[in-house]
Design a protein around this ligand. Structure first.
Ligand code: TRP
Length: 393
C-alpha cells in the first residue's frame, strides 16, 4: 500500500518531507535523487562533524570506514551518547529488520556498523524483527510467509557475528508481551493527527499500520525497563527510519526516559542505479542467499559509470561517483588506498568496466560463500539469541 500518493497538507514539526519535491524519503519508499544535505535540513538532524569523529576515535582507537567515508553521515545526540559514555554511562544499541524477503548486501551495511559499535562499546544490542509491520504493509505476504522470512533473516543477523551474550533478537509476533506495556504508554501519547502528518496515513490505511509506529518505538525504552533506570539507547539505521525516532523522541521525556539517539546512514545504491537496492526488485541487489551463478549474472548486468564503448572509455574515462560497481568495491572490499587508485584509473580511462565487474564478482562470491557457512552454523545458535528464550539477566 502506498501511503504517499497524496500530498499531506497538515502542518506540524513532524511532516512527511518533500512529498511533492524532487525526492521523497519515507520508511517505505525512497524516490528521486536524494540530496543528503537537504535531508539533514528537512529532517532536522545533524551532520557528523570531524569533531564527533575525533571524539569517537579517542574512545575507540579506530574509526570504521563506513563512518570515515561518510556512509554514516547524520545523527541525533550521538555526541551526547559519547560524552555520557566517557562519564561512565553505558548505552544500549537498537536496530532492526522488517522481514519482507531475503536479506541483501545493502541490509548488511548498518549491521556491520552496529557490530563495530558493539565491539567498541561492549554494548547490549536489541534487534527487532518487525514481522507484524511487513504483514500489515504487504499486499501479498501472508502472516506465515512473513514469519518464515523472520527466521530466515535471523540467520543473517546471527551470521554477522554479534556477541550472543550482549545481543537479543525480538520477533514482534513472538515477543509482543515484552513490548506491549510500552506500546500502550507510547501510543496513548501519540495522536492520529501526528501519526498522519509524519507517516502520511489515509482514511483507507488499515488500523494496524496506524498503531505500528508505537511498536517500533517500544524497544527504545525497553532497556530502561531491563536496567530499572533510565538508560540511553543509540540506533544505527538508514535515514528513512528517522520518522519513527522523531515521534519517539517527542514522547520520551514525558515518559521519564532519554530521547533515543540515532546515527543515520545513506542508502545503498541499486545495481541498476535507479534508487536504492530493493528486496522487491531481485536484480537490483545481491542477496546473501544468491548462488555463484546468480551473482555473476547480476554483476555482469549491473549499471556502471562507464562510457558506451571501450574507445570512448579510453578517451573520456568513466565516472566512479555514479557507478554502483565502484560503490560496492569501495564500501565492501577495497581499502582506502586501493579505492582511490581504482577511481583514478577509471577517470583517466585506464580501467574498463569489465575489469571492475570481474573484481567485484570474485570478491562477492568469496564473501557470500563465507557468509553462507556462517549462516548455516547460525541455525544452532538461534536459541541463545532470542529474547523470548533468554531475556538479559
Ligand atoms: N522498520 C524497519 C524495516 O522496515 C525495521 C526496524 C524495526 C528497524 N526497528 C528498527 C530498523 C530499528 C532500524 C532500527 O526494515
Amino acid at each position: 500500500m502506498d501511503v504517499h500518493d497524496e500530498e499531506i497538507e497538515e502542518s506540524s514539526d513532524n511532516e512527511v518531507v518533500n512529498v511533492s519535491g524532487e525526492y521523497s524519503v519515507t520508511p517505505w519508499q525512497v524516490d528521486g535523487v536524494v540530496d543528503y544535505n537537504k535531508i539533514v535540513q528537512d529532517f532536522g538532524t545533524r551532520l557528523i562533524t570531524p569533531e564527533i569523529i575525533e571524539k569517537l576515535k579517542i574512545i575507540s582507537g579506530n574509526i570504521h570506514p563506513l563512518l570515515s567515508r561518510g556512509f554514516f553521515f547524520s545523527h541525533r545526540d550521538f555526541d551526547t551518547i559519547l560524552d555520557a559514555y566517557r562519564n561512565g554511562d553505558n548505552f544500549y544499541l537498537y536496530t532492526g529488520r522488517g522481514p519482507s524477503g531475503h536479506v541483501h548486501m545493502g541490509h548488511l551495511m548498518p549491521w556491520f556498523f552496529t557490530k563495530y559499535l558493539q565491539d567498541t562499546f561492549k554494548s547490549r544490542l536489541l534487534f527487532q524483527i518487525t514481522d507484524d509491520e511487513k504483514f500489515l504493509y504487504s499486499q501479498h505476504l501472508s502472516l506465515q510467509e512473513v514469519e518464515n522470512y523472520a527466521y530466515d533473516n535471523i540467520l543473517d543477523v546471527i551470521a554477522m557475528g554479534f556477541d550472543p551474550k550482549l545481543t537479543r533478537i525480538i520477533i514482534d509476533t513472538k515477543n509482543i508481551h515484552a513490548l506491549y506495556p510500552l506500546y500502550l504508554e507510547i501510543s496513548k501519547r501519540l495522536t492520529f493527527s501526528t501519526a498522519r502528518a509524519v507517516f502520511g496515513f489515509k482514511p483507507s490505511s488499515n488500523i494496524g499500520m496506524i498503531g505500528f509506529p508505537a511498536i517500533q518505538a517500544a524497544p527504545c525504552f525497553l532497556p530502561s525497563l531491563i536496567e530499572q533506570k533510565p538508560t540511553r539507547v543509540l540506533i544505527p539505521a538508514a535515514i528513512d527510519q528517522d520518522p519513527y525516532w522523531r515521534i519517539t523522541r517527542d514522547v520520551a521525556e514525558k515518559m521519564g526516559y532519554y530521547k533515543p539517539a540515532q546515527i543515520h546512514s545513506k542508502f545503498v545504491p541499486s545495481l541498476e542505479m535507479n534508487g536504492k537496492m530493493s528486496s522487491s526488485k531481485p536484480t537490483s541487489a545481491i542477496f546473501t542467499t544468491d548462488n555463484p551463478e546468480t551473482i555473476e549474472n547480476k554483476i555482469s548486468g549491473a549499471y556502471t559509470g562507464g562510457q558506451p564503448s571501450v574507445g570512448l572509455q579510453r578517451i573520456l574515462g568513466g565516472n566512479p561517483d555514479a557507478c554502483p560497481v565502484f560503490w560496492y568495491l569501495s564500501h565492501f572490499f577495497d581499502d582506502g588506498k586501493d579505492s582511490f587508485e581504482r577511481s583514478l584509473k577509471c577517470r583517466t580511462g585506464n580501467l574498463l568496466c569489465g575489469e571492475c565487474k570481474s573484481d567485484l564478482t570474485t570478491q562477492t562470491k568469496l564473501f557470500i560463500s563465507k557468509f553462507t557457512r556462517r549462516r548455516d552454523q547460525a541455525r544452532n545458535k538461534i536459541g541463545s539469541f532470542l529474547y523470548e528464550d533468554n531475556p538479559f539477566d
